[in-house]
Design a protein around this ligand. Structure first.
Ligand SMILES: [Mg+2]
Length: 301
């Protein structure tokens, strides 16, 4: 099994050894590691403002991008649709209109996002080269600049408090894997750097497939559905769990340490005791959804 150095395939995940009766899937960014805030606030947002003519409304652009990427139901979505949503919010914002600003020409990017299923730099590069479209070329330049900024800015982030302890305890009763949309190489490095890779059987990054697929391939029909738990910080993690009929534990954006404390002190024991599903889980998910609204605060009235 290629646990480290090379992402697992669908067959590898299907062939994973079942050593316990329980299974836990763990998201990484924003869930085990406090990496969402620094990536968006220090890496993505300055490049949005710089590349997409948001200088005159930089304060609003920052608020809109933070809402989309960190504090709304879109938390965790791909950078390209997230940029389009940011433009939409800015174009609908009265205070932005008062400044006489509207989002820059970007229709070609909208068309590409609507048509493309692999929303990453390789597909964008191919589309930009094939079409010669200046908007796609700009989007690619923007996206590559973000990656360079992240590489330079983001390092030495420790896991949230109690992550070590939870994984240590959980590993005695559950098989665990990492279920992430981050590039695999970065995941391998981060999990090894903090010595928490020892707790997981495999690390799945964005190259492996969707989160729904990762959970399906590694846990479906192997474990009782009420004995599979996904731990995540974004609606996409919840969806991946529900698509498979599995349980979900939310790490609440902005209050992550309290969530890990709850998992450590109470929720993990309930999961193993079979008393997590039902009213207890529903209350946690209701609170999670309340923290991630669909309407921005400035438009809520
Ligand atoms: Mg996450």
């Amino acid at each position: 099994m290629p646990t480290h150095g090379g992402m697992p395939t669908q067959d590898d995940l299907r062939a994973l050894d079942r050593q316990h009766d329980f299974f836990i899937g763990l998201d990484s960014d924003g869930c085990c590691f406090d990496s969402m805030e620094i990536k968006h606030k220090e890496c993505f947002i300055p490049q949005i403002i710089g590349y997409w003519d948001c200088q005159p409304v930089s304060k609003f652009a920052r608020q809109a991008a933070e809402f989309v990427n960190l504090y709304s139901q879109w938390r965790g979505v791909n950078r390209f649709p997230a940029l389009l949503l940011t433009f939409d919010l800015l174009d609908a914002w009265d205070k932005v209109a008062e400044r006489g600003w509207s989002s820059p020409e970007h229709q070609a990017l909208r068309d590409w996002v609507a048509a493309e299923s692999k929303l990453g730099n390789p597909a964008l590069k191919a589309a930009a080269e094939a079409s010669g479209d200046p908007i796609l070329a700009l989007a690619l330049e923007w996206s590559e600049h973000i990656n360079r900024t992240i590489e330079w800015m983001v390092h030495d982030l420790p896991p949230f408090p109690l992550v070590h302890e939870v994984l240590d305890r959980a590993g005695a009763q559950a098989d665990m894997i990492v279920v992430s949309g981050t590039p695999g190489a970065a995941l391998e490095r981060e999990w090894a750097e903090h010595d928490i890779d020892q707790h997981v059987a495999v690390i799945c990054g964005q190259e492996v497939g969707s989160k729904t697929q990762m959970l399906e391939w590694s846990a479906k029909d192997k474990y009782a559905p009420e004995r599979v738990l996904m731990v995540g910080d974004a609606p996409g993690d919840l969806k991946a769990a529900r698509n498979n009929g599995f349980l979900f534990f939310p790490v609440n954006p902005g209050d992550e340490a309290a969530s890990w404390r709850l998992l450590h002190d109470e929720a993990l024991d309930r999961f193993f005791a079979g008393t997590y599903a039902g009213a207890y889980e529903e209350a946690l998910i209701a609170e999670f959804n309340r923290l991630l609204p669909a309407t921005p605060p400035w438009a809520a009235g």
